[in-house]
Write a protein that binds this ligand. Structure first.
Ligand code: PEP
Ligand code: CO
Length: 465
């Protein structure tokens, strides 16, 4: 039943014979096969041409001329597919993109962890509560969060729900962008009733007013409105579930090449990036731009081998390397990785995920991240790239559009005792909307002098005139 997608993409059965991690075991394999067949017949969620546009945008990042903002939920949920939730997440991302783009004077490529981020790798296969052991929650794409046997049993029908949830989310995101929500002149209204921390709010309002004046000037010079939008907005997620990603892989009618049409960019997680594993084998055959997470155990040789496997032609925009090394280690571990990759001659986009290397548990049992550690890893990332003369290409953060209390410190100085009040994440702790916007200002402060130096003409160029 596993009809060949080809050219070159191994059949699902062949992938299943390779080493692989973090895959659900369904009680009824025939039911899974039937779901996969249904998914193969459904329309693609993204168009291959959009993936090519994104690859071109990411090539600009690799060349040091644009910056990536990648952010969204750790785990999206089916309950979170509401207009309000989608709007709130997009508002934070677009506000951050405006801050980064204006303050850094750099085009921003906005990648949502959205419309497909429904499956999670877990450290343990099972969870035990009060003597009862059940399968761990692996994201709404696999099983339910409730601690009952029924909810925790993996159900392949959830893959169809993942498709539908992704389609509805993407539809609204596209409608917002096409309908003017991404117009920077709206940045004042994004902020209304949004930022509650006065300090962050004043900064954002001052910047929005400055942008308004700049836009007024550009309009007076005759610049057309269509160019006043926040740059591209794309849907991205971790390509974790092999059956789902394989079933969404289609041949582009224009080029005859395979694309994973579940999202514009898909990434391989830290736990599934084995060189000889099924994830690398599937994704090396699709033409989407790819991300790879690199944790503290990654050796420079591992990174180079992965880059060569996934990007043998050194194609600009193909590869985004997302490092998540931890605040304490980034200064030691990042330089050898960057140097080894740069020595191969390819220009990847270097992105810092300051969240996943900085997760801690409190005495009261909450998983949290300290704002100071998040900023510490970002500072290390910028320092390393400045010292090496390489371009710090972007940030990757877990955030929400709501006033959650999941990460400590930062805006409102959330303390450990406050975590219980609005801890809503089913998985990792996310930045609240105020913490996220504050982070954008701090990143913009680091980016702006580096971008200014890049933009300044060299003496030789000045003489050319
Ligand atoms: C994630 O991004 O949610 C995640 C699980 O990250 P990593 O693969 O870096 O651990
Ligand atoms: Co996470």
């Amino acid at each position: 039943m596993d009809e060949a997608i080809s050219p070159g993409v191994p059949p699902l059965e062949a992938l299943r014979a390779l080493p692989q991690h973090q895959q659900p075991t369904y009680p009824d394999p025939a039911a899974e096969a039937a779901v996969v067949a249904r998914l193969r017949a459904l329309p693609p969620l993204v168009f291959a041409g959009e993936c090519d546009d994104l690859r071109a945008d990411l090539a600009e990042v690799g060349a040091g001329r644009a910056f990536i903002l990648q952010g969204g939920d750790c785990a999206e949920t089916f309950d979170g597919v509401t207009a309000n939730s989608i709007k709130a997440r997009m508002r934070v991302l677009l506000s951050m993109a405006v801050v980064l783009g204006y303050a850094g004077q750099t085009p921003v490529v906005t990648l949502g962890r959205i419309a497909g981020q429904y499956a999670k790798p877990r450290s343990n296969d099972t969870e035990t509560r009060e003597g009862v052991t059940l399968p761990a929650y692996r994201g709404d794409a696999v099983n339910g969060f409730d601690f009952t046997k029924e909810a925790r049993t993996p159900d392949p029908e959830r893959l169809v729900r993942m498709y539908n949830a992704s389609a509805s989310t993407l539809n609204l995101a596209r409608a917002f962008m096409a309908g003017g929500f991404g117009d920077v002149r709206q940045s004042h209204s994004w902020n209304a009733h949004f930022v509650r921390d006065e300090h962050v709010s004043e900064r954002f309002e001052a910047l929005a007013a400055e942008i308004q004046r700049a836009i007024g000037f550009m309009e007076a010079c005759g610049l057309r409105e269509s160019s006043l939008r926040v740059g591209g907005f794309y849907a991205t997620h971790e390509a974790l579930l092999l059956a789902y990603e394989h079933s969404m892989t289609r041949i582009d009618y224009r080029s005859g090449q395979p694309y994973d049409t579940s999202g514009h960019l898909v990434w391989i997680g830290e736990r599934t990036r084995q060189l000889d594993g099924a994830h690398v084998e599937l994704l090396r055959h699709v033409r989407n731009p790819l991300g790879v997470k690199l944790g503290p155990s990654t050796s420079p040789a591992d990174a180079v081998a992965l880059a060569e496997r996934l990007d043998p032609d050194q194609e600009p925009g193909r590869l985004t390397l997302i490092t998540r090394l931890g605040a304490a280690k980034v200064r030691d571990l990042l330089p050898p990785l960057v140097e080894a990759i740069e020595a191969t001659g390819r220009r990847v986009a270097w992105v810092c995920d300051p969240m996943h290397g900085n997760t801690v548990s409190t005495a009261t049992g909450f998983k949290t991240r300290r704002y100071a550690d998040v900023m510490g890893e970002l500072d290390g990332f910028f320092d390393v790239h400045e010292a090496l003369g390489t371009w710090p290409g972007g940030v990757h953060v877990e955030l929400t559009g709501d006033d959650v209390t999941e990460c400590v410190g930062g805006s409102f100085d959330i303390g450990e005792d406050d975590l219980a009040s609005h801890y809503e994440s089913l998985c990792d702790p996310r930045l609240s909307r105020n913490q996220a916007l504050e982070l954008a200002f701090l990143v913009a402060e680091r980016l702006s002098p580096i971008a200014a130096r890049r933009a300044a003409p060299t003496e030789a160029e000045e003489w050319d005139h």
